[in-house]
Design a protein around this ligand. Sequence first.
Ligand code: SF4
Length: 466
Amino acid sequence: MCGIVGIWNPARADPTEAARLAFFSLYALQHRGQESAGIAATDGTDLRLVRRMGLVGQVFSETDLAVLGGRAALGHTRYSTTGSSRIQNAQPMVVTADGLGELAIGHNGNCINARELRDELSREGVRFATSSDTEVVAQVIARETGTTWDDRIRTALPKLRGAWSLVLLTPAALYAVRDPLGVRPLCLGRKGEAWLVASETCALETVGAVFVREVAPGEVLRIDSGGPVPIADFAASRRGLCVFEHVYLASASSDLGGVSVYATRERMGETLADEHPAAADVVIPVPDSAIPAAVGYARRSGIPFREGLIKNRYIGRTFIQPSPQLRRQGVALKYNALRDVLDGRRVVVVDDSIVRGSTSGPIVELLRRHGAREVHMRICSPPIRHQCFFGVDMAHRDELIASHLEVEAIRRHIGADTLGYLSLAGMIRATGGTEAELCTACFTGDYLVPVQLELAKDSLEAEPVR
Ligand code: SF4
């Protein structure tokens, strides 16, 4: 996870416009990370940086936006996947390269060979200030030998393995980069004379920009006053967009690959109703991400849709909070149940996924406490049995409930009357794509690039830091 944005705004009618556009775009991407936020901006001479722990709205003040100013900006909102949740690991990060000056980087994804690359650079005398793979990526680029940033980016990128959408900023240009498989999304937009790149289309809409196209897998776009120009193409022979973006990660208001995420989730719910019908009185979602799937389930099954759980929107999404303690508190504090909707009824409750199983049990219990006579849990993705190494900190494999329990045992564990998961084929069909265009590794174990199964989120943590 993580949300990234980049702005190139040659007009400069308002000197704070680029930083301000980055700020509002980040707001729209808050669902992708809630630990820290930052903006780097440039007026063409140097880079200015503001980054702090917290939500986008807490991190930046009007003074910050005025100080950042600039004709170009790079914004990031972080959810940690490599390196712990602390300010040193917040992004954007800025590194300095011999002869070329400063480079700011914002990264969404996970560079899975960061350990080897870091060891190599450390032997050459590079000192690392953080435990994040993002700094490794930035240093790999900065230490290349080309005479321009274009050259260094082109020669550095083939050394990286894993999933990475990047936005890079120098005083002279903005770069948008996607890994060869296109695991994490990244799109290009336009607002007047300004060019924008963002993790999701919802960020473009929020600031009144129009969607131009997706940055293609393996593509490197350089954006300056001449507009966006592709400077490299490292595309793999197949694609591998993370299917979990469709299921949970992306905003329902975004499009992925030209397809509405909301409509995809509705289709997942419809297919779920076909695959796992239930005799019930009401269909309710676990808000917010499962709302469209519950709408689809209700429509296909003919069972009325109601809201039975009300989410406290000021408490973050349980799954993306970084520590187990926060996650447990989140479950207890996050939902209120509606007795009027639930009392005496047979309830289908639709959720997007079951990761550890620590959320579903308390939800079933909450529904029963508020009068639900039966609880039929329906999940609009298959069982998650494998760890993600590509930028989603689901859990270590041992913590994934479906890695060691079959569906019937999970049902008993969460206390539901019945439990049904969407099939892999049903999930893929709902996206409008094919298996050859998606990463489905956390469901199937078929990783698109070789991974070290023991790789941990804190694998760079033991290194001494300045
Ligand atoms: S392993 Fe799962 S969560 Fe990770 S990139 Fe692949 S589909 Fe997405």
